[in-house]
Design a protein around this ligand. Structure first.
Ligand SMILES: [Zn+2]
Length: 455
């Protein structure tokens, strides 16, 4: 994701791997039954939880966004007694197996043109939860629904939406049933971070499907009478001719497929059955969300292809989604490295000169027309989001440092280290993993040299 997705994963490190395994065996998946009413922006939640109480008298606690007020909460059909503080909800289960039911409403305030009616944040990060009357983006599941703090459990999730709506989810759906006026989607998740997106299907003007190398690419385009082709002298140039718009969309389809092929060949092969690209106008950015790519309409254009924004999001299917650095609000592993790999793909079709220019642009920051400045590697590694220069340092300076490293060790070696670092299944990637693989590939001395330079 380009800007805002923050994934909560640091809790994993509080527990040893042995206790994790032992608990896993005993605990059934949590069962979430989520009924989403779109008309009055009310979410009705029913949770069935089967959990084993660790010790008598020990309080269970759940992660749950403090900004969502609970309307009604029942524990085994009696009112739930709980304490809330910040992101957590404490309660004391009386039995080993519990059933928790909850109802709550999202507080709404319409913010004019953008139709954004709700957006949540806490003291450290902004967690946007955006929706208009039709489209809902649920980022970070634990901000919308209570999840067990220790994350021992898997989740069985059903999401019920009115007919004519579709759910796109981080993990593939197991089942989709049409019952009366509703559609019921079923999922099985192994971690608490499973963003999903709900949208009416009628709003898409074009739905294109392309079959390529065992993958179905499904594109959902919003109706647009004109689309941006490029920006010339700071002026946007649009096309409104249907044929021109069509070829523009074809170009974004072709470039996306080419990017997937390149990542498959140069990172590692991923079996992808269906990959959906969903256009929206409520997000303001692109997001690579595993099973689907959310693209703001501003990115469905030639400019975005030229600036490799689409392929950046696609790189996240391989890299950067599960990184401890994202969890801690640091983005070198989660954004700078994936963006550099995206640049290597860019080089494969735009050529070496274009690649070198892109790197120079990043070092000089001409993209954002701010005065030249240099930062040390340490700053890049510790860069959080939030201040004015954060994105420049993460997406430009950080990438320049990866390039500097590549110049010393070569592309093949760098890609090998990246493969070895990021390809471990269900593992939250840390800088330590990266550094261990750098050592294992005899590139440690080159890596240390990064600390001595400013870029
Ligand atoms: Zn990104």
């Amino acid at each position: 994701m380009k800007k805002r997705l923050v994934i909560f994963s640091s809790i994993l490190f509080l527990f040893g791997s042995n206790s994790l395994k032992a608990q896993k065996i005993e605990i059934e998946p949590w069962k979430y039954n989520i009924n989403i009413e779109l008309i009055d922006s009310t979410l009705l939640i029913n949770l069935s939880i089967k959990a084993t109480k660790a010790e008598a008298g020990q309080k269970e606690f759940l992660l749950f966004n403090r900004y969502i007020q609970i309307k009604e909460a029942l524990l085994d059909e009696a009112p739930l007694k709980y304490i809330r503080s910040n992101d957590t909800l404490y309660f004391e289960p009386v039995r080993n197996e519990i059933t928790l039911s909850m109802q709550y409403e999202i507080p709404c305030s319409v913010k004019g043109y953008s139709k954004v009616v709700a957006s949540y944040g806490d003291s450290t990060y902004a967690y946007p939860v955006l929706f208009d009357a039709g489209q809902i983006f649920c980022e970070r599941f634990n901000k919308w629904y209570p999840v067990l703090y220790d994350n021992f459990s898997d989740y069985d999730v059903t999401i019920t939406v009115p007919k004519g709506h579709k759910v796109f989810s981080y993990f593939p759906e197991i089942d989709c049933k049409y019952i009366a006026e509703e559609v019921v989607y079923t999922y099985h998740y192994y971690d608490e971070d499973f963003p999903f997106f709900i949208t009416p299907t009628g709003i898409f003007q074009q739905h294109k499907e392309v079959q390529h190398n065992n993958t179905t690419y499904a594109f959902y385009f919003l109706p647009r009478a004109r689309r941006l082709v490029y920006v010339s002298d700071n002026k946007p140039v649009f096309v409104s001719d249907i044929k021109q718009i069509d070829s523009l969309l074809s170009e974004s389809i072709n470039r996306s497929i080419a990017a997937i092929d390149w990542y498959n060949a140069n990172l590692w092969h991923k079996e992808i059955k269906t990959l959906s690209f969903v256009e929206t106008d409520i997000l303001g950015l692109g997001a690579g969300l595993g099973n689907f790519i959310l693209m703001d309409r501003m990115l469905m254009n030639m400019e975005a292809i030229e600036k490799y924004a689409l392929s950046h999001e696609l790189s996240h299917i391989w890299l950067g989604i599960h990184t401890a650095y994202l969890a801690k609000g640091k983005f070198f592993m989660g954004e700078s490295v994936p963006e550099y790999v995206n640049l290597l793909f860019y080089e494969s079709w735009a050529g070496n000169d274009a690649f070198e220019k892109a790197i120079q642009d990043k070092i000089n920051l001409t993209l954002f027309e701010v005065p030249f400045y240099a930062v040390p590697f340490e700053r890049v590694l510790n860069q959080r989001k939030g201040n004015a220069q954060a994105d420049e340092i993460i997406y430009h300076k950080g990438v320049a440092f990866v390039h500097e490293f590549q110049k010393m060790i070569g592309k093949d070696k760098l890609l090998k280290i990246i493969r070895e670092t990021y390809s471990v299944p269900n593992h939250f990637v840390t800088l330590k993993d990266f550094e261990n693989n750098i050592k294992a590939n005899d590139c440690w001395n080159e890596y240390l040299k990064l600390y001595a330079i400013d870029l």
